[in-house]
Write a protein that binds this ligand. Structure first.
Ligand code: ADP
Ligand code: MG
Length: 682
């Protein structure tokens, strides 16, 4: 039996001192060592003749020493070691820097292999600081050699030796972690072969096979972990069955507009969930402006008509207030009582609300994080809705759900995420998508412009204001420091107020301001008392000012595509043709590509796919923030093909074997437990 937990210091050639260095890079056990995957490989497999060498390349030669190593002191701090070697086609001058210990390591007339960077000046061939070994050795040359990430005081050589020694100690007896039927069906390498070939591949083709197998395993474990967690909910917790006679259609018929087909479809899914005894855990995705609020409202209506309370949590007071207005407008006449709970209200008012909430006088509580507080107690909470999920942690979601007795949960987000990835981020949730905008929405005209267009942009803003519209100007977060960001907003406001737009009413908004001040400014903007609102991205989420028709984004190159799209969604909310102007600097291809994408489409899903492609998954998710597990080897963007395969396999397996009890899935169960036991926080 292989003991994967064996302390690294007992591996041949390690010992206590080296073990300490290995601990620094996170290698404590035998298992850590064999799963310390290389960041790349160098092909030191093909010996080239000296005559073939090309300037600038890294290459391997096999040559004999025609001199001894000669030392030269270039200055007090620099000693050069020089050596001339020769093969059948020519000679090469080798130089090492400050490596005096090399002096006696090369014997005259003996043959060695050298791997290093080549430089050619005319017919003179040189190689700088090569690694070398005896001509018949294959430790560091003569094959494809792994290059490891972070090594601190360890040399590549040392870590390579340790890992090779660790792999050799396995004797090819590493237990298989995937069931044989999957290995056969997908032609995967076995575990032992995969581990050896990922480090010391016989060819790049074998490396790819090894990587595929390991990525497959990692993604499958994660997907199974997520799905079995979801099953746990389903098995363990009966929830509320909402009343079949509380019909959504009763309120749908009274709305001032016709719902889109997408809204209707999503509502059907929610309706079905709500009537089941299993608690709903559903993610509602829909682009900005797709009409998620009304879906929330109709769901809350059903909960209330079934005799329960509902709550909606929004990330900012501005948004909560806006929801409150929408809800009261529609629900007041139906005798449904809504109330707003945000942190700014007086103690007296708050106590009043808490009392009415506990007695059941309030049907729907709308608010911010304030709802999470311990003293907020419901009489019988049946439905929890969180808006703009990416602002709330998974934990907060469960804190609020615990205020009821297994209430249904609906999570709404305006960040469109490609479906495959949504399955990872929200694997514990069922997913509904509103993929259609309400009719008669005008496309927001988007233009990317350089600095030379400044005057024209300003004239354009003035023209729109003169026609009665309003304008947003967004300054990027210059740094993580809100203080500095606030300053950049105020400087621009100063210039606009006193010079360029002195005719108009200009105000600003930033994260350092008090909640009350922010709300006041926002209120004024909504009422049309402000023409130009300059702000940081605090306006990013959900505010609705239909009269605002122009959005100018300063330094648009500093934003990701998804964020630009979110910001742009603040305009185009009314009957007026709206515009988004992206002021950008710089000529990098990626900036140009981003500007092209955002100007050419209004489809959030297309944009998010592109964003993912241009930025890579790490940056896209800001990984940790989303609670997505970190992968040792998989890369969500590159490995999307494997991910898709694995997702369907995982579903197939779980459908047949909910808790992985079958004998044939024994390995899978162990794998899930080992890999993701502590890593997924739901
Ligand atoms: P988001 O999905 O971004 O939260 P909202 O729910 O704020 O979008 O909806 C944006 C606007 O569209 C609101 O003014 C809302 O009243 C309106 N709206 C929603 N659904 C429809 C519809 N089916 N037809 C017309 N207007 C709609
Ligand atoms: Mg919204």
């Amino acid at each position: 039996m292989i003991e994967l937990n064996k302390d690294i210091k007992y591996i041949k050639g390690v010992g206590p001192a080296r073990a300490e260095l290995l601990n620094k890079v996170g290698i404590y056990t035998l298992e850590d060592a064999i799963t310390y995957f290389p960041r790349g490989h160098e092909d030191r497999g093909n010996v080239k003749s000296i005559a073939e060498l090309v300037d600038g390349e890294e290459a391997l030669i096999s040559a004999y020493a025609v001199t001894r190593i000669n030392e030269f002191k270039a200055n007090a701090r620099l000693t050069l070691c020089k050596l001339t070697v020769r093969d059948e086609t020519g000679s090469c001058q080798i130089t090492w820097y400050n490596q005096k210990y090399l002096k006696n390591s090369i014997k005259l007339n003996q043959r060695y292999k050298f791997y290093g960077k080549v430089s050619k000046k005319g017919s003179r061939v040189e190689m700088q600081s090569p690694v070398f070994e005896d001509a018949d050795s294959t430790k560091n040359t003569g094959r494809i050699v792994p290059i490891y990430p972070l090594t601190y005081s360890l040399t590549q050589n040392t870590i390579r030796n340790v890992i090779e020694s660790a792999i050799n100690s396995l004797n090819g007896e590493l237990p298989e972690t995937l069931p044989q039927y999957l290995i056969d069906r997908y032609h995967l390498l076995g575990n032992n072969e995969a581990i050896r070939q990922i480090h010391f591949p016989d060819s790049f083709e074998m490396f790819n096979k090894a990587r595929t197998r390991l990525v497959f395993e990692e993604l499958l474990a994660m997907q199974l972990a997520l799905l079995s967690l979801k099953n746990k909910y389903e098995i363990n917790k009966p929830g509320i069955q909402f009343d079949k006679n509380a019909k959504m259609s009763d309120i749908i018929d009274k709305l001032p507009f016709k719902l889109t087909n997408a809204q209707l479809r999503v509502l059907e899914e929610i309706d079905r969930d709500m009537e089941k005894s299993k608690p709903m855990n559903r993610l509602l995705q829909g682009d900005v402006g797709s009409g998620k609020t009304i879906v929330a409202l109709i769901s809350a209506y059903k909960a209330v008509k079934s005799g329960y309370q509902a709550t909606i949590m929004a990330p900012t007071a501005i948004l909560a207030t806006q929801h409150m207005e929408t809800f009261t407008q529609i629900l007041q006449d139906m005798g449904i009582k809504c109330e707003l709970l945000v942190s700014g209200i007086t103690k007296k008012r708050k106590n009043e609300i808490l009392e009415k909430l506990a007695s059941g006088e309030i049907d729907i509580l709308i608010g911010t994080h304030a709802i999470l507080e311990e003293n907020v107690v419901f009489k019988n909470l049946g439905l929890v809705i969180t808006d703009e999920q990416h602002r709330f942690g998974v934990r907060q979601r469960s804190v609020i759900a615990e205020k009821g007795n297994n209430p249904d949960v609906l999570v709404m987000t305006a960040t469109p995420i490609p479906r495959t990835l949504a399955l990872i981020l929200y694997g514990d949730l069922d997913i509904s998508i509103i993929d259609e905008l309400p009719p008669n929405r005008k496309k927001i005209e988007t233009y990317a412009v350089g600095k030379q267009m400044e005057a024209r942009v300003n004239a354009f803003i003035a023209k729109n204001i003169d026609e009665g519209r309003q304008c947003y100007i967004v300054c990027p977060l210059v740094e993580e420091n809100e203080e500095i960001n606030a300053k950049s907003v105020m400087e621009l406001a100063d210039e606009y107020k006193n010079k360029i737009f002195s005719k108009y009413k200009v105000e600003y908004l930033h994260g350092k301001m008090k909640a009350k001040e922010k709300d006041e400014i926002m209120e004024k903007f909504k009422n049309g008392e402000i023409d130009i609102l300059i702000s940081t991205t605090v306006i990013e989420v959900g505010v609705n000012v239909p009269n605002a028709s122009v959005m100018v984004i300063q330094n648009a190159e500093r934003f990701g595509l998804a964020q630009l799209h979110q910001l742009r969604g603040r305009v185009g909310r009314g009957e007026y043709q709206s515009y988004c102007i992206l002021k950008y600097q710089g000529n990098s291809e990626i900036v140009k590509e981003r500007m092209k994408v955002i100007s050419s489409t209004n489809d959030g899903f297309v944009i998010s796919e592109k964003d993912l492609e241009l930025r890579g998954s790490g940056e896209f998710f800001g990984t940790k923030q989303h609670g997505i597990p970190e992968f040792k080897i998989a890369n969500l963007f590159e490995d999307i093909g494997i991910l898709k395969t694995v997702q369907s396999i995982a579903l197939e397996i779980i459908n047949k074997d909910k808790t992985l009890e079958h004998e044939e899935n024994r390995e899978l169960k162990r794998m899930v437990e080992n890999k993701f036991k502590n890593r997924i926080e739901i």
